[in-house]
Design a protein around this ligand. Structure first.
Ligand code: B12
Ligand code: SF4
Length: 469
């Protein structure tokens, strides 16, 4: 299917000098027995709901497993399912760990233990990418960004037994050249039944909007790449066949699925034909057009995740959230609701402009507009972002276990930290009270969004500000 060309047509994509696909295949075929990789998704220490109960299938590690599994034996451990990395790692040659900031300290502990046992240890994911020097102390090699773009170099060096401290690709691989994720790694994991039934999928990568608190523009810059639509649709059909039904719920892991409107609209047209259901992250510019919401609804969209972030225009400006126009918020919401699409609305607190009134304002906005799935976080300067540089001197913790967006990272100008937390917790309890859920959800389709509200109700009931100081 023809769509416009990707922004970053990486026709010049090639491995670094001295590496080639032919050399890699030759070395791989000379392995006496295939080297054994242990791939790990570490569990974090956070009490956040997303890390307990039903967990989403980790597309990041599935994609790593897919490419590694072409040449090596793979064992896949997702600690969020309850399984733990064994103490004795003698059965493995390579321990490869994915990490975000939230689970970095756990990832490092696993890395340290593996180093002590003489293993090749590879750290990847957003946190090691942003803090290579720190991560290097807990592994043999750090991989910057996606594995696919640096795989030839990485795998060749593993086979030669000569690792470099950092692997960073000079150019990014076109997404259409990436393998279709092999879900068997996750589906065969111990306790795989704990995975949510939503199937993660990827159509695009990158987001040039450039919010200063987000890692995506730092890692992928202005790049916005997408897969051929045929590949995305073929993957959807594959899952329909595998599960023997048409109505499958897909969860797009894209940073911002609508950044190229023509591609997005064609994708919607095609999804409408195959009868799937889906949800995705999206920025709101573009959703003020009723025809976009109408087509999204027709294409099976159940829910869109939108970063409203703040109702304060000064704050939006200060974080460079160029996609948000305060004047459009209600219009965007009603366009989506008119087409049966629920909204996961992200709201952040703890900015210097925030006052106690900001919480009431947000509560009123959510209740009036009946936002189905509000998510609240305290603004967190994640390492490697421009926001981190800006706030460095005020940050209270560099303990990554606290980077769960529930601990406050700095005292805002117009409120004490204690007041911030008190209001933050109170707001969540209010929004997820049984009565408020009914007010926001009454008459809405009986699907998994109700279940999420029930889970949030249970989670917020237990919230207590003291825990997050
Ligand atoms: C989709 C998404 C979600 C989804 C699903 C997450 C999930 N189940 O994985 C949901 C909505 C649940 C979610 C929730 C949250 N998210 Co989120 N999310 C994303 C998003 C947009 C895409 C992640 C993704 O799956 N991409 C697709 C995969 C295939 O790409 P990838 O992860 O980059 O993996 C590739 C490479 O990194 C590399 N790689 C990864 N691991 C490894 C390991 C090895 C060994 C190697 C070699 C390579 C390698 O190769 C992979 C394949 O190409 C990212 C932004 C981003 N681009 O990373 C934010 C992001 C990960 N989220 C973020 C945050 C803050 C959150 C929340 C805290 C938000 C909140 N307040 O609720 C929660 C916390 C959830 C949790 N417990 O972890 C931050 C994390 C920042 C940080 N420094 O840690 C990010 C980076 C966005 C940002 N603000 O910068 N998120
Ligand atoms: S719109 Fe979303 S993905 Fe894009 S830069 Fe901002 S926070 Fe990151």
């Amino acid at each position: 299917m023809q769509t416009e060309q990707s922004d970053t047509v990486i026709s010049s994509f090639a491995p670094a000098a001295g590496y080639s696909e032919e050399l890699l295949q030759q070395l791989a075929s000379q392995q006496k027995s295939r080297k054994k990789w242990l791939l790990v998704q570490p569990v974090s220490n956070t009490s956040m709901m997303v890390d307990s109960g039903t967990v989403s299938m980790p597309l990041n590690l599935i994609m790593v497993a897919t490419i590694v599994g072409k040449l090596f034996d793979v064992t896949f451990i997702d600690e969020r399912l309850g399984e733990r990395v064994p103490e004795d790692l003698s059965g493995y040659d390579v321990i490869a760990i994915t990490s975000r900031t939230l689970n970095a300290s756990k990832a490092y502990r696993i890395g340290d233990a593996a180093i002590r046992q003489g293993k090749i240890v590879i750290l990847g994911g957003v946190h090691p990418t942003m803090l290579q020097e720190e991560a290097s102390q807990h592994c043999t090699s750090v991989v910057y960004g996606e594995i696919e773009s640096i795989w030839t170099e990485l795998a060749t060096d593993v086979l030669k037994g000569k690792m470099q401290p950092v692997y960073r690709a000079k150019t990014l691989k076109p997404m259409s050249d990436m393998h279709r994720p092999d879900f068997s790694y996750a589906l065969n994991a111990k306790n795989a039944k704990k995975y949510s039934s939503l199937i993660p999928i990827l159509a695009t990568k990158g987001c040039p909007v450039g919010c200063n608190f987000c890692t995506t523009p730092t890692i992928y810059g202005k790049n916005y790449r997408y897969r051929e639509l045929d590949l995305v649709l073929e993957e959807m059909r594959y899952h329909q066949d595998r599960l023997g039904k048409q109505k499958i719920n897909f969860s797009f892991m894209d940073d911002n699925i609508s950044f190229r409107p023509k591609y997005f609209m064609t994708l919607l047209e095609e999804m409408a034909k195959i009868g799937v259901h889906w949800n995705a992250n999206i920025s709101m510019n573009f959703l003020d057009k009723p025809e976009v919401a109408e087509l999204a609804g027709r294409s099976g969209c159940d829910l869109l995740s939108i970063g409203f972030e703040s109702l304060n225009p000064e704050t939006l400006k200060s974080v460079q959230k160029g996609s948000n126009r305060l004047g459009n918020y209600e219009k965007v919401v009603s366009n989506l609701h008119n087409n049966g699409i629920a909204i996961q609305g992200y709201f952040m607190f703890g900015f210097d402009n925030d006052t106690e009134e900001s919480f009431q304002l947000t509560y009123d906005f959510i209740m009036k507009n009946r936002i189905e799935f509000p998510v609240f976080s305290l603004v967190t300067p994640f390492p490697g972002t421009p926001y981190f540089d800006e706030m460095k001197s005020r940050v209270r913790h560099l303990d990554w276990d606290k980077y769960d967006t529930y601990h406050y990272m700095f005292e805002p100008n117009k409120m004490s930290g204690e007041k911030l937390l008190e209001n933050f917790v109170k707001l969540q309890k209010e929004v997820y009270k049984g009565r408020s859920i009914m007010q926001r959800m009454k008459g809405k389709p009986l699907n998994w969004v109700w279940f999420v509200n029930y889970m949030m109700h249970r989670f917020t009931k237990k919230l207590s500000p003291e825990y997050y100081y």
